[in-house]
Design a protein. Structure first.
Lengths: 169, 360
């Protein structure tokens, strides 16, 4: 979605919210590991972006601008919460073979994945999340981060390798 | 192994959703934020600095030539009616130039309402002059509906843009004008026997009522949307608007007093009664605001403004009609040798009661 030099109106911006609120929330969630904090950052991302526009700023690529704003808010130090691990659930007498608990297992596994992502450096984690959580193409990520596609591909490959070594243990 | 990691990551992503209720609440907060932080218009307002180059480049050459050669005619076309020689100039050129030269969004929004009111005023004057014929009526009605249509289109655009306040104000203004002329047309048929000869007057009145009803419905819907937002507006904005509304009502009251001699006592009593109602709505709006019922306070304020605008439009229309009826008496007295050119009639009229230009 682009607004190339075009003056954004309320309706255009709200349409962008309808389309991008969930993807941006999801991205933030995997970065900060807290639903509540991710919602705050998502909301803040949109209000700050609008303030920029209202003050006369021009935006060529709204999606990229929103993701960059979210990233800046994340690195500015939003509070991070420790997730519940699978080990902790099992210690509480939880049986992973019980089908009724499958959803919780999956949730715990996702929490575990988020813990795994933390072994990556911030730049690599960011790229992994853009690619596999946000479903962006390598080209899209390269444009967003203003880097070459090759640099992104290399970072993705190294990130996956590191996760494989951690998950395989 | 890489594929498994990738699949895990992808599945994890797909399973995370923003709660629908949270998204809706967040959106509402964002709407209020957008409303409270409008885009700053940093483009210079070129009322005084519009360069000749820009003006000439943007304006069709035929309009420029007409203005340069026919400036005096353009002014004289102002009071002309359908059937008069200068009327085509009034609607095709003078009003187009006026549209071109109107630069602020607010003024542009209101211009079509102004033109719609002119068409109604022309119909009333033709009817009073016993000149409202089928052909003239058809053209007048087409133009009137075109102006109303453009206004409604603009209201819809403002709603889409999220500017519910401007949409509510514009629909309220249109409704006020239509209501005023609904009353004028209703009274005209009883005050002037000649107008009864024209079924077109009744047809125009009926069309006006239909348009008034649909406009009132639009205005109500927009106000409902706006009253949700208005609850979180900064207090000082509303209090300033209340004060402005009181000043507007005071000005209209002075306008009615200044032109007391040009309208009949019934019209004067009606206008004053409307202004009393408007004052009352202002008091109620203030009370609702103090009680933190801001949505209701806003709707009452809008109602007061609308009633004030209606009273003013009604008195203006009555003054113009009185002027037309006085002219008919003058014509009947002067006989067939008297001048019929509207430009010259303007000069004659200038010595007595003149037409009040419909303005805001």
């Amino acid at each position: 979605m682009t607004f190339n030099g075009k003056r954004l109106q309320h309706a255009d911006f709200l349409k962008a919210y309808d389309e991008l609120a969930e993807p941006i929330f999801r991205h933030c969630y995997f970065r900060v590991r807290s639903r509540e904090v991710a919602q705050d950052i998502m909301q803040d991302t949109f209000t700050r972006t609008w303030k920029y526009i209202a003050d006369g700023g021009e935006i060529d690529n709204l999606k990229a601008f929103l993701y960059r704003t979210a990233h800046n808010l994340i690195v500015d130090g939003y509070r991070k919460q420790a997730p519940v691990s699978l080990d902790q659930l099992q210690e509480a007498g939880f049986d992973p073979s019980d089908r009724s608990d499958q959803v919780i297992i999956q949730l715990a596994e996702r929490q575990y994945i988020m813990e795994m992502l933390n072994v990556l450096d911030e730049k690599t984690k960011q790229v992994i999340i853009y690619r596999y959580i946000d479903d962006m193409s390598v080209k899209g990520i390269a444009e967003l981060l203003e880097e070459t596609e090759n640099a992104i591909s290399v970072r993705l490959h190294r990130g996956l390798k590191k996760l494989e070594s951690q998950y395989g243990q | 192994m890489d594929n498994k990691i990738e699949q895990l990551l992808t599945d994890a992503g797909k399973a995370i959703h923003l709660d629908a209720a949270a998204k809706k609440t967040s959106r509402k907060h964002l709407e209020v934020f957008l409303f409270s932080n409008p885009i700053q218009d940093k483009t210079p307002v070129p009322h005084a600095i519009l360069s000749l180059h820009t003006f000439l480049r943007a304006m069709p050459i035929v309009l420029i030539a007409t203005l340069l050669l026919g400036g005096g005619l353009s002014l004289a076309a102002g009071p002309s009616l359908p059937g008069d020689t200068l009327y085509p100039m009034k609607v095709s050129i003078t009003e187009r130039v006026q549209s071109f030269l109107t630069l602020s969004d607010d003024a542009k929004n209101q211009l079509q309402v102004k033109f719609a009111e002119r068409r109604l005023s022309e119909a009333e004057q033709l009817s009073a002059k016993a000149r409202l014929e089928a052909k003239a009526f058809a053209k007048l009605e087409d133009r009137f509906q075109a102006h109303v249509g453009r206004t409604n289109q603009r209201i819809a655009e403002l709603e889409t843009e999220g500017d519910f306040q401007a949409a509510a104000q514009l629909s309220s203004k249109l409704e006020a004008v239509l209501k005023a002329h609904d009353r004028v047309l209703g009274e005209s048929s009883s005050e002037d026997d000649d107008s009864r000869e024209f079924p077109e007057t009744e047809a125009l009145h009926k069309r006006l009522k239909d348009t008034l009803n649909s406009t009132a419905q639009t205005r109500t819907k927009v106000e409902e949307k706006l009253s949700d937002q208005i609850r979180v507006r900064v207090d000082s904005n509303f209090l300033v608007e209340l004060d402005d509304a009181k000043d507007d009502i005071k000005e209209t009251r002075e306008f009615v007093e200044d032109h007391e001699g040009e309208i009949n006592s019934t019209a004067s009593i009606y206008a004053r009664a409307q202004l009393e109602i408007a004052d009352n709505h202002i008091m109620q709006a203030n009370a609702k605001f103090e009680a933190d019922a801001r949505g209701e306070a806003f709707i009452l304020l809008q109602s007061a403004l609308r009633i004030n605008q209606e009273a003013r439009a009604f008195v203006r229309a009555k003054i113009n009609l009185r002027s037309v009826r006085d002219d008919r008496k003058v014509e009947k007295t002067r006989g067939p040798e008297g001048p019929t050119d509207p430009a010259l009639e303007t000069e004659l009229r200038a010595s007595g009661t003149g037409e009040i230009e419909v303005g805001f």
